[in-house]
Design a protein around this ligand. Structure first.
Ligand code: FAD
Ligand code: SIN
Length: 524
């Protein structure tokens, strides 16, 4: 053991999106020394940063019962009722007390100076707080500002967690194998120097976000590669509902555009989907709710319509909207589309569905505790059961905020230390003796293969035949990638590839094990 002490904390959090930073702020306020790792050089870069639509907050029009009903209907009645009840009671007040009052997030207001409540699909009332169309950025900036200014939080940017450290898997003391499994830290790569260090804490929180990049088309930024899911699975943590992968109906389709979401709240303000020929079609698929039906149903309707017309995209029409100045209300969408020659006030917006959110994940309880002692999971990588088989819009940020808060408090309540003997029995990371250098062409090709396999065989519409093919192809790749990983000089990209293929296998196995179509798991 060398300088373990420099990287030893009361609480270690992997991920600095809304879930990780909220847990950090909470535990630091309770007197814990907290370490936060992010694989990004800029720690605000995360799925959280790109959230557009908003977060469910308190509203006079709303009641916990009504919110519960909407979440459960969207989730196709597969939700954990305990988790949903907790969320509807404790979530919205936390938006007011923590985000608005304590951290000063400046939610948009209407002409009368009240919070401007917006609407998204499958919500029966207006209850969504937003900051124009850049809600995630405003929230993440406030959270990052707070942890950066805290003397109790040490931040390690550009640091990629590789694998969790446990007493059973990693200790040199053979007796530890016979004790209960416990997570006590993580090995992590310094992306700049390519050196690997051990970080320790008696409580480790996975807050690593989503899995978008397992799929060819996604609304997520590049870092969403399912790292937390793979890390937890490798040490035997329980995983739940992994077949429920949500696709967002409207991501911009344009040759020159990167991934760019067109928020559901544009439909909430009246925009309508038209097919390639320019005809309105949603009422044929979802007669009662049309464009504002649950996200899984709208996505499948678009898929079917594209199939029927043999087209690559459909169009979103906001041109008829009056009463809302689109350029002021949706400035990011207005300017991004504008830069591509699309004036959303006058032109139709080409859109396609893309992977957006992972409803399943590492199984946790109401405190974010996983099935393994010392290991917690919060945010998109965790499965609390709130979302069931399909997530209601603007509930993800809320769930991450609430579970981040509860996890931070729970860890502070049961604060403990790792024994010195156990700590000193953990070896430094061992480099492979024969080191294979990183070849970006090989790694990129492997990534592309994983992504197209998942998109084509485990995407919006699945079949047993496609899933079986996906499993065989991914198993073969996993074997090859694992061998390569063991002899390679590690880079962030190699770590992500190894995690992506395992996370994909977890999703495909769950999908194969569940022949029943519910929510966003649809098997033909
Ligand atoms: P993230 O915010 O994704 O943070 C993950 C963190 O983990 C990052 O810091 C990352 O660097 C780090 N990390 C990952 N792997 C490693 C590793 N191996 N080592 C070290 N660090 C690692 N939800 C809503 O409720 N309302 C919305 O309006 C909304 N809009 C959205 C729009 C877009 C375009 C997208 C992509 C998502 C949207 N969502 C929305 C979903 C929501 O933003 C996410 O579910 C939520 O932000 C996830 O938060 P998180 O803290 O769990 O993860
Ligand atoms: C959106 O703004 O359409 C995304 C909202 C969400 O994912 O909750």
């Amino acid at each position: 053991m060398s300088d373990h002490g420099a990287r030893e904390f009361d609480l270690l959090i992997i991920g600095s999106g809304i879930a990780g930073t909220t847990a950090a702020i909470t535990a630091a306020a309770r007197g814990l020394r907290v370490g936060v790792l992010s694989k990004e050089p800029e720690i605000a870069e995360s799925n959280t940063w790109y959230a557009q639509g908003g977060i469910v907050g308190p509203s006079d029009e709303d009641t916990p019962e009504l919110l519960e009903k909407d979440i459960v209907v969207a989730g196709d009645h597969m939700n954990s009722i305990d988790a949903v009840r907790l969320l509807v009671e404790e979530g919205p007040p936390l938006v007011e007390s923590l985000l608005r009052q304590e951290l000063g997030v400046n939610f948009s207001r209407n002409a009368s100076g009240e919070i401007d409540l917006t609407r998204e699909a499958a919500h029966s009332v207006r209850r969504i707080y937003h900051v124009l169309d850049m809600t995630g950025k405003a929230i993440e900036e406030a959270l990052v500002r707070t942890i950066t200014g805290s003397g109790s939080v040490t931040i390690f940017p550009n640091t990629t967690a590789i694998d969790l450290i446990t007493n059973v898997h990693n200790s040199r003391d053979a007796q530890e194998k016979y004790r209960h499994l416990r997570v006590i830290g993580t090995y992590a790569l310094d992306n700049a120097s390519l050196s690997v260090n051990a970080f320790f804490a008696p409580h480790v929180v996975l807050a690593t976000g989503g899995v978008g990049n397992l799929f060819l088309h996604t609304s997520n930024p590049d870092g969403a590669t399912g790292d937390g899911l793979a890390m937890a699975y490798r040490i035997g943590a329980e995983v739940l509902n992994a077949e429920y992968v949500q696709f967002h109906p409207t991501v911009l389709y344009h040759r020159d555009a990167g991934r760019f979401l067109i928020t559901e709240s544009l439909r909430g303000e009246g925009a309508r989907l038209l097919n390639h020929s320019g005809d309105y079609f949603m009422d044929r698929y979802i007669p009662d709710a049309a464009d504002l039906g649950p996200r899984d149903e709208v996505t499948r309707a678009i898929y079917r319509e594209m199939e029927r017309e043999d087209s690559d995209y459909v169009r979103l029409d906001a041109t008829h909207i009056t009463g809302v100045d689109l350029a002021t209300r949706f400035p990011t969408i207005y300017s991004t589309c504008g830069s591509l020659g699309i004036d959303i006030r006058k032109d139709l917006i080409p859109v396609v569905p893309a992977e957006h959110y992972f409803c399943g994940g590492v199984k946790v309880d109401l405190q974010g505790q996983t099935s393994i002692a010392g290991l917690y999971a919060v945010g998109e990588i965790a499965c609390t059961g709130v979302h069931g088989a399909n997530r209601l819009a603007s509930v993800s940020l809320l769930e991450a905020l609430l579970w981040g808060r509860r996890c931070g408090n729970s860890v502070s309540d049961e604060h403990r230390r790792i024994g010195a003997t156990l700590l000193s029995s953990i070896p430094e990371w061992v480099e492979p003796t024969v080191v294979e250098e990183f070849d970006p062409v090989l790694v990129n090709q492997d990534f592309l293969t994983v992504q197209s396999t998942m998109w084509n065989y485990a995407g919006i519409i699945r079949s047993r035949k496609r899933l079986t093919r996906a499993q065989a192809d991914l198993d073969y790749m996993s074997h090859r990638i694992e061998q390569f990983y063991r002899g390679a000089r590690l880079t962030r990209r190699i770590i992500e590839l190894r995690n992506s293929v395992l996370a994909s296998i977890i999703i495909v196995r769950s999908a194969l094990a569940n022949p029943v179509s519910r929510g966003c798991h649809f098997v033909e």
